[in-house]
Design a protein around this ligand. Structure first.
Ligand SMILES: [Zn+2]
Length: 278
């Protein structure tokens, strides 16, 4: 599943390739990808004639600012969604769901194997959170000023659940998923099954720093390599190769050489080092 660094990588790619070019048409191949408006015809009618002034990101939501008709186009990739910037003649992949045609035979193509991906078109007169309701529940973005040690400590305060589960909760931290939660816990030397209530203030400070560090280094590397993540040019990132613990069950810890352990927490695999994380 794309996590914050992958979505941020996609956002940067889109900002370098798709801005200020008129959308001259489009095609919706799977109706339910368009969550709003209800009719796909209306979606295409409204987006046509616009260009994208800028792509923003909130958590794992991509939000395009439209121009000249003001409004927003929101996209969530969910499990397997990909936005690809292609020449219109590129053969259609069977999981293609939405196509937007730009000047110069260019196309922004939404490919989504599992079909959980969603799009919204939001009129400027309405609150964006009233249409893309998931935005209202989002916690602070790890790269925002709002995300401080204090903020994280308050979110974890007195909670009787494993820290790993808390980190995957989008109302605690926006954009963190399984890979980066495991990596951040390794860097801050905290076992994933530690109850939040037992975390010391200094551990929360270490964790806060580790979350930002692991996300920033992944963004720098262009997002993680996993089977279904491709950036807008269809190229894999490479964070997977430098993971400390994620998906390394049984392999030696890069710090102490003990084999990496795997446990299930909240139905998700958690990878950690028994010696380095306490
Ligand atoms: Zn270790």
């Amino acid at each position: 599943m794309p996590e914050l660094p992958e979505v941020e990588t996609v956002r940067r790619g889109l900002n370098s390739l798709t801005l200020n070019q008129a959308i001259i048409g489009g095609e919706v191949l799977l109706e339910r990808t368009i969550a709003q408006p209800a009719s796909t015809r209306e979606f295409l009618q409204k987006i046509k004639g616009n260009a994208i002034a800028l792509w923003h990101r909130r958590g794992k939501y991509l939000i395009a600012q439209l121009s000249p008709s003001p409004g927003w186009w929101g996209v969530h990739l969910r499990m397997t969604g990909q936005l690809l910037w292609l020449h219109q003649d590129e053969p259609l992949h069977k999981h293609t769901r939405v196509r937007l045609f730009f000047q110069g035979h260019r196309e922004l193509r939404f490919v989504d194997q599992r079909t959980f991906g969603q799009m919204w078109l939001v009129n400027p007169q309405v609150q964006i959170e009233s249409v893309i309701t998931g935005l209202a529940k989002l916690a602070a973005d790890p790269f925002s000023d709002e995300f401080t040690v204090e903020y994280l400590a308050n979110k974890l305060h007195n909670r009787r659940r494993p820290i790993k589960n808390a980190l995957l909760d989008q109302s605690v931290v926006a954009g963190l998923g399984n890979i980066y939660a495991d990596e951040a816990l390794f860097l801050s030397k905290i076992r994933p099954d530690t109850q939040c209530i037992h975390l010391q203030r200094s551990q929360i400070a270490d964790l806060h720093q580790a979350i930002i560090k692991v996300l920033a280094s992944s963004i720098e590397a262009g997002g993680t390599t996993f089977s279904n993540f491709l950036n807008v040019k269809g190229v894999n990132g490479n964070y997977g190769g430098v993971a400390w613990v994620y998906n390394r069950t049984g392999e030696p810890c890069k710090v102490c050489s003990q084999p990496i352990q795997r446990i299930k927490l909240g139905g998700r695999s958690s990878h950690f080092c028994q010696q380095c994380q306490t």
